[in-house]
Design a protein around this ligand. Structure first.
Ligand SMILES: Nc1ncnc2c1ncn2[C@@H]1O[C@H](COP(=O)(O)OP(=O)(O)O)[C@@H](O)[C@H]1O
Ligand SMILES: [Mg+2]
Length: 243
């Protein structure tokens, strides 16, 4: 059984009242196998975040079928097994990462289950130990990204859905986040990540899909791409219709 399964998913939006509808996702089909890292790649406006919102049941498609572990994403049990990182991380800027982690640990029940040292473990993992008592408003973009990732991991989800986890990061931070994602894969997690930054993606993804204007242009194993040419060249050629 696939961890994530989409079949013929279509979503339309009306920009303004009276305006004609725009097809934002057009007949999307793909699946993500358990324990793999799936890179959902596409330029800005391609429809990546819209797809992610559908996977999380924040919005519903106009047609098509979505299954997470074989059931609809509106199922509460399924949602408890997902860790989500939004493309706009962390709104509670006056709180510290420690306070946020403790809060989330208590509402998800993870605090009781995993003991007091668990938050420190997550801070260690995401390189935030020395910043744990600083309010988030003093965090750099890279620190905010890592804080969001720590928060997505609190309840030890089996599935991670990460919207642009590499955006706004310098090369060193990207390297660190990629390393963290590899560790999480080693732990057996299934990771779905969107990105328009292609550097380093091949180091972590097993499979990729390339999306443009709401349409899937390519789905396949990263090995099949990287053997012949770099991912960046493949991506650009695919978008230009030269592939
Ligand atoms: N709530 C909405 N209402 C109308 N159009 C939207 C809405 N959300 C997204 N869109 C449009 O859908 C398209 C895809 O957006 P999005 O999924 O955010 O792309 P990406 O995450 O790949 O940058 C864009 O053209 C965007 O303007
Ligand atoms: Mg987006």
């Amino acid at each position: 059984m696939d961890t994530i399964f989409l079949e013929s998913v279509t979503k339309r939006y009306r920009a303004d009242i009276g305006r004609t509808e725009k097809t934002v996702l057009d007949n999307l089909s793909f699946c993500v196998k358990e324990g793999t890292v799936f890179g959902f790649l596409g330029p800005n406006g391609a429809g990546k975040s819209t797809t992610i919102k559908i996977l999380l049941d924040f919005i519903r498609p106009d047609s098509g079928r979505v299954l997470i572990n074989g059931v609809s994403p509106d199922c509460h049990e399924v949602r408890k097994g997902i860790g989500y990182m939004s493309e706009k991380p962390c709104a509670y800027v006056n709180m510290t990462i420690m306070e946020l982690l403790s809060f989330r640990a208590s509402v998800t029940g993870a605090g009781k289950r995993r003991g007091k040292g668990y938050a420190d473990e997550l801070l260690e993992k995401t390189g935030l130990v020395e910043h744990k008592n600083r309010p988030l408003k003093k965090f750099s973009k890279g620190m905010l990204q890592r804080a969001s990732l720590a928060l997505a991991l609190v309840h030890d989800p089996k599935i991670l859905i990460l919207d642009e986890p590499l955006s706004g990061l310098d090369p060193l931070m990207r390297y660190e986040v990629i390393g963290l994602l590899r560790d999480l894969k080693e732990e057996g997690k299934t990771i779905f990540l969107s990105s328009h930054i292609l550097n380093d993606i091949e180091k972590v993804c097993d499979e990729i899909a390339i999306l443009n204007n709401g349409r899937i242009l390519f789905v396949g194993r990263i090995d099949d791409v990287s053997i012949h040419e770099g991912l960046e060249e493949f991506f650009v050629k695919t978008l230009m219709g030269l592939q």
